[in-house]
Each structure stands twice: as C-alpha cells, then as structure tokens.
Design a binder for this molecule. Structure first.
Ligand SMILES: O=C(O)c1cc(=O)[nH]c(=O)n1[C@@H]1O[C@H](COP(=O)(O)O)[C@@H](O)[C@H]1O
Length: 272
C-alpha cells in the first residue's frame, strides 16, 4: 500500500490506530486452547471486532516465533486472513530485522514478498546496505527504528556524536539511501517531546508510534508535535487492547477499547 492510500484510509475511518497483535499464548482465554490454532482464532476474533476502528495491524513476530512451526503457521493464517477479508488494512511485520545485504534481502523477501506484509520494522545499526534491500519493493515500506519507546533508547540513540544525537544522524543519513521514499520511522510515544525536532528533519514521512497505553505515552502529545497536514502517524496499542478482558467477551471489549482510541483520534483529526 502506498502512503497516499494509507492516508485516504485514515481520513475515511477517522482513525490512525494500529492494533498490535502481540499474542502471548499464556494470556489468551483458556477456552481457546482447545482450538486447532488458538493464536489464529484469537487474532481472527480481535480483527473482526476491531477492524472498523483501526487502519493497521502489527503482529510482533517474536510472539509467533516463540511457538515454533505452529506460531509461524498462525502468523501466515493471520496475514492471509487480513489480505482476504480486509484488504484495505495496512499490515506491519514487527520483526526489527537488518543484516549484511544478502541476508537482509532474504528477510525482505520473507516479509514483504512471500508473506506480503506492507511493511517491516528494521534496525538501522548496520547502516545503508542492511536497510536498502527492504526499500526495493513498490508500495512496500521499511519502518526504521529512530527513537524507541524504551528506557534503553537513552543508552545510544540520544547520545551525541560530533555534536548531534545519534537518532538525528539516523534520520538524516537514511534520507540519502536509495528508494528512501519507502521509509517510515519508529518514534516511541514516550518520547513525544522529541517529535518537534524530528519533524524538522523528516516533515512528511509516516511515523509508527508505539507506547501509547501500557507504556504510558499520551496520544495528545504525539499529535501536537508529530501530526502533519496529511496526518503522517500510525499510533500502535497492543496489550491495552488485545488483553483488555480475559473472558469469553475479550473481542468485544477489545473492540470497545479500540473505539475509544478511534474517537480520540477523530477529535485530533478535527483540529487539522
Ligand atoms: O517497533 C515497534 O513496534 C516498537 C518500537 C518501540 O520503540 N517500542 C515498542 O514498544 N515497539 C513495539 O510496540 C508494541 C508495544 O506494545 P504495547 O506496549 O503492549 O502497546 C510491542 O510490539 C513493541 O515491540
């Protein structure tokens, strides 16, 4: 999907919500465990209940890989279900990959071609040749970690090198890479105060903003500093939505939680 198509969906649905499918087998309702594929059944129920209120889903690949072959099958079934039932939804493989060029090429093939995700999260640490293989696909994006939501972000990302923070170097340097128009960036909601300066470097690119909800980030702050005239934001929430209830009505409650966020987003969109 192109960023323009994603923007159209955002205005149409009055939402820039991304629901994170971080499915921990130990946290899903126990009655689902008797199903052939409990993770997929959980995802299907969550997706059916939340799709009206969001424009994107982000399965975090760690939660699938942790279940071996069965986890990978659940991931494949989930992305196929999204493609088939809700083709207007933007999909993100949160895999945080990046390696020497020929290895990255394999990661890119897996997520962007074979599984057909719209995008994949990528770590910038290994530089240009580790990221460019993810940028070669039409209407597919690499979402580069810029300033992450966690405490450890201050270990390296905000450290100054030659008078400039490392995350700013990542933003500026990445703009020089081949097909850089296919880049989006991760900025944690917990770092909203940095968004003003980030927008000076990348005024247009979409930002994936995780950390609203369970990690304490505030939607209003993210919008105040990060929103562009074309919105340019995908705000993710995972645990606060998908684990809002542990009982048999978990999907309905997840839908209600997603709707609350969607309403807040519609309010922010009215300010544009
Ligand atoms: O790339 C990400 O999505 C990501 C980057 C980041 O800086 N912080 C962050 O929390 N994430 C992911 O976003 C999701 C956040 O989940 P919740 O805190 O449960 O909403 C998890 O899948 C994280 O791996």
């Amino acid at each position: 999907m192109s960023p323009q198509e994603l923007t159209e969906q955002i205005f149409k649905k009055q939402s820039f919500l991304c629901v994170g499918l971080d499915v921990d087998i130990d946290r899903i309702p126990t009655y689902l465990l008797s199903e052939d594929d409990p993770i997929f059944e959980f995802n299907r129920a969550i997706i059916d209940a939340t799709h009206k209120f969001c424009v994107a889903y982000k399965p975090n690949i760690a939660f699938y890989e942790a279940n071996g072959v069965e986890g990978w099958q659940a991931l494949e079934k989930t992305i196929n279900y999204l493609h088939h039932e809700y083709p207007e939804i933007y999909t993100i493989a949160d895999a945080k990959r990046g390696d020497i060029g020929n290895t990255s090429r394999m990661y890119a093939k897996t997520f962007l071609q074979d599984l057909g995700f719209d995008s994949v999260t990528v770590a910038p640490y290994m530089g240009k040749d580790s990221v460019e293989p993810f940028l070669e696909f039409d209407n597919r994006q690499a979402i580069l970690l810029a300033l992450t939501s966690n405490e450890g972000a201050f270990d390296f990302q905000t450290q100054q090198i030659d008078g400039e923070e490392l995350y700013k170097k990542v933003l500026k340097t990445s703009k020089t890479w081949k097909n850089s128009e296919n880049l989006m960036y991760v900025v944690g909601a917990t770092k909203a105060e940095f968004l003003k300066e980030i927008r000076e470097i990348i005024p247009e690119n979409f930002l994936l903003v995780p950390g609203v909800g369970a990690q304490g980030g505030k939607l209003e702050d993210v919008c105040k500093y990060g929103m562009t005239k074309n919105v340019g934001l995908l705000v993710n929430s995972s645990r606060k939505i998908i684990y809002a209830s542990e009982s048999s009505n978990f999907a309905e409650i997840a839908g209600a939680k997603a709707e609350v966020l969607q309403q807040q987003m519609a309010e922010e969109l009215r300010k544009l």
